[in-house]
Structure formats: structure tokens, C-alpha cells
Design a protein around this ligand. Structure first.
Ligand code: SAH
Length: 394
């Protein structure tokens, strides 16, 4: 087995079971090491620490498969896949929806691999050299362990470039007559396009929060900002909202959102849609003295890494400040950040600053996060990215 030797003293994070080795910690790598192939991680004094996938072009030079001295082979991956599937059943995710995350990379012990299930279709994202190396094996195992026959690949995330990998989109196994799939979630139906939708098609991580909005929306005038295909909107309508106004800059997303209102036979007259830029429209509403009982802010990732945190903070502050101004007394702001570079503490400070500058008094009544099909390994806190607050305006 080729080895990757660490510089003296650089094994500390591995001993705490963090699964990444950055390029700066590497002393030397054996010549036979292949891109994506398995290497032994060894300390400067040659002691075995872990077995990992080698990523020669990435700053994250190796990602741990196992801390045990065990073979990394099809049997190994079969056990990891099986345990991830069992966890989803144990948590009753499968009882709530037929669309959920089946494999969440590092959190499920398979760095680089994301697999989302939409009814009978698996959508796979391979994000690292290691997951790419094992992709065909993983695909076969996924079908064997789920009993399904279709895998659609959506390896089109930007991070692949850092791994020296090209974009790959299309069928990996089986045939798929139509890339639009109808899923159900807590009794509601959604059309999802796994070929062209964001991420793998739907924001599966917001399932529980959509349900919460449904419980809170009764008789409210709801403004759903960054509505995408209507996840929160449809839940607000199903929960008895008086009206919804849903905004997104993508015409395709809005078309699907409207379709989803129809699909659930909801009161289409109460549902209003607007294509445009949230930053401009919130200002327009402020100038027109518009107001709402519930405002949802679920923007895209403004800061993928900590380097963009400052610019992102300005963006979050701006929309939260405007939202507080548009919120009626007694109204509710449901505000999210999914930026890896902005942690929960900073996120809360931004919202607090926004309320202060809007001269609004509010209290946090709930903390929201990603669903249990997006687990967080205790040794890999980076997997927790979705932070939400429900704020009640006085
Ligand atoms: N709330 C959605 C997910 C939102 S994803 C759900 O639960 O399904 C973020 C959305 O913001 C995307 O649909 C994207 O098209 C939209 N978007 C990004 N920038 C925007 C902007 N400046 N104004 C309006 N919409 C924007």
C-alpha cells in the first residue's frame, strides 16, 4: 500500500478523527499513489494513522476512509452504505417522504459521495478523486443494497474542479424516461427535475423546516423570498396561509413552483409569484409600505468558505434588515443561512444587528437546522451548514 507521510506533529487532527489532510501537513507521498487511490496515512515516524483516498491536485490532499487497519474494498463500502440506509429507516425519514438524502459524504463515512433518493431514482454526486475512483463499485453496491435500478449522475458541482475532475451529468445506471419526478413529503407532492434542478433537484435539507412553516402559517400573509420551486410556499398554503407572495430570480424555478401549487390542488388565487431580484424588490416593498405577517428568507450560499464571510455578512444583514421593516407587529421572520463560511454564532449576530438597525424588537423563538438525513459526524462539524432562526417581532 502506498503511503502518505505527515510532517512531524501534524497527526493531531487525525487523532481527533477529523478526516481531512491538507497539503501543508504532507511531508512526502510514495510515487505509486494514484489519484483517488488508497494510501496509508503515516506519521513522521511511520506509524499507521488511517487509510485514505489520495487527491493529488486538491488542497485537501487526503480524505480518510477508515481509522482501522482494514481493507478498503467493495465489502467495506457495502457496510458503510448499509449502515447509512439503516439510519434513515431508524429515524423514520422514510415515513415522511420518498425523497431524502441516503448518503451524506463524510458524515456517513464516504467522503465525496452524495446520494439522494427521489422515489425510485437515486441521484448521485461524486465530488472527490476518491469517490470518483470507486464510482462504478459504489453505483453497483447502491443498486444492490436498495433494490433499485436507476442512478442519475449530477456531478456538476464547482468543487469537482479543485479535484481535477470534469463535470459529468447523465444516467449512470438504468433508464429514465423523464427527468421530472413527482415526490411526496409530509403528505404534499412536488415535481422535481433531477436533470436540471439545483443541487440534485430539491432542497431536501429543509424538509422539517417546511413542515414547521406549514404549522405556523395559518391566516398569515406570507412572503417567501428565494422560493425556488415553492417548497415553503406550498407548505404555507397547505397550512392555511391567507396569501403567499413568492419571489425568485429564476423563471424556470417559478414555473415549477406554480406547477406544484396546482399539483396539490391548493388555492391558486391566494398564491402570487414574482420574478425578480430580492435585494431590489424588498426595497420596492419598503418604499410602497407593504407589510407581511410571515417572511421567509432562504437565500443561496453567499459564502461557501470563510474567505467570503465579510461580503456575505453584508448580504445577509441587508435582506434581514429589510425583512424586519416589512414585518407587521407580532409577525414572524423565518431566516436561513446555508453558508459554510458563516457559523451559527455569526449568523445570529447578523440577524440581531439587522433588527437593531431596523429599530425592531424581536426574540428568537426557534433554532432550525438541516434534517436528520443530513447527519453531522461529531468529528466533522463542517457537515453542519444550515442555520435557521424563527424570530417573533414584538
Ligand atoms: N427555499 C427554497 C430554496 C432556495 S434556493 C426551497 O426550500 O426549496 C435559493 C433560490 O434563490 C434559488 O432558487 C435562486 O434562483 C434564487 N436566487 C438567487 N439569488 C437571487 C436573487 N438575488 N433574487 C431572487 N432570487 C434569487
Amino acid at each position: 500500500m502506498p503511503a502518505l507521510f505527515l510532517k512531524a506533529g501534524r497527526e493531531k487532527s487525525l487523532l481527533r478523527r477529523h478526516p481531512w489532510i491538507f497539503s501543508g501537513a504532507v511531508q512526502h507521498v510514495d510515487e505509486e499513489a494514484l489519484a483517488g487511490g488508497t494510501v496509508d496515512l503515516r506519521s513522521a515516524n511511520k506509524q499507521f494513522l488511517a487509510r485514505a483516498a489520495y487527491s493529488p491536485t486538491s488542497q485537501i490532499r487526503a480524505r480518510v476512509w477508515t481509522f482501522e487497519d482494514e481493507p478498503v474494498d467493495a465489502g467495506f463500502f457495502r457496510r458503510r452504505i448499509r449502515s447509512a440506509i439503516d439510519a434513515r429507516q431508524k429515524l423514520n425519514v422514510t415515513g415522511q417522504s420518498n425523497a431524502y438524502r441516503l448518503i451524506y459524504a463524510e458524515s456517513d463515512g464516504i467522503p465525496g459521495l452524495i446520494v439522494d433518493r427521489y422515489d425510485d431514482v437515486l441521484v448521485l454526486q461524486s465530488l472527490t478523486a476518491g469517490s470518483e475512483f470507486w464510482k462504478e463499485t459504489l453505483a453497483d453496491l447502491l443498486l444492490a443494497e436498495t433494490g433499485l435500478s436507476i442512478i442519475y449522475e449530477r456531478s456538476d458541482a464547482d468543487v469537482r474542479e479543485l479535484e481535477g475532475l470534469e463535470t459529468k451529468v447523465g444516467l449512470l445506471r438504468g433508464t429514465l424516461p423523464d427527468s421530472q419526478i413527482t415526490i411526496h413529503e409530509n403528505g404534499l407532492k412536488f415535481n422535481v427535475n433531477v436533470g436540471s434542478g439545483h443541487k440534485t433537484g430539491f432542497y431536501l435539507d429543509q424538509r422539517a423546516n417546511r413542515q414547521r412553516v406549514r404549522e405556523l402559517a395559518k391566516d398569515k400573509d406570507v412572503l417567501d423570498c428565494f422560493c425556488y420551486t415553492g417548497g415553503f410556499t406550498i407548505n404555507a398554503l397547505a397550512g392555511g396561509a391567507k396569501s403567499t407572495l413568492s419571489i425568485d430570480s429564476s423563471a424556470d424555478a417559478l414555473a415549477l413552483a406554480k406547477e406544484n401549487v396546482e399539483l396539490n390542488s391548493l388555492h391558486a388565487k391566494k398564491a402570487n409569484f414574482l420574478e425578480g431580484d430580492i435585494f431590489q424588490l424588498l426595497r420596492k416593498f419598503r418604499d410602497e409600505n407593504s407589510s407581511f405577517d410571515m417572511i421567509i428568507l432562504d437565500p443561496p450560499k453567499f459564502a461557501p468558505t470563510a474567505a467570503q464571510a465579510e461580503r456575505a455578512a453584508r448580504g445577509y444583514k441587508d435582506i434581514n434588515l429589510l425583512a424586519f421593516k416589512l414585518l407587521r407587529a407580532g409577525g414572524m421572520l423565518v431566516t436561513f443561512s446555508c453558508s459554510g463560511g458563516v457559523d451559527a454564532g455569526l449568523s445570529q449576530k447578523i440577524v440581531a444587528g439587522a433588527a437593531l438597525d431596523a429599530s425592531v424588537e424581536a426574540q428568537i423563538v426557534e433554532h432550525l437546522s438541516q434534517g436528520s438525513d443530513h447527519p453531522v459526524s461529531l468529528h466533522f462539524p463542517e457537515a453542519a451548514y444550515l442555520k435557521g432562526l424563527v424570530c417573533l417581532r414584538k
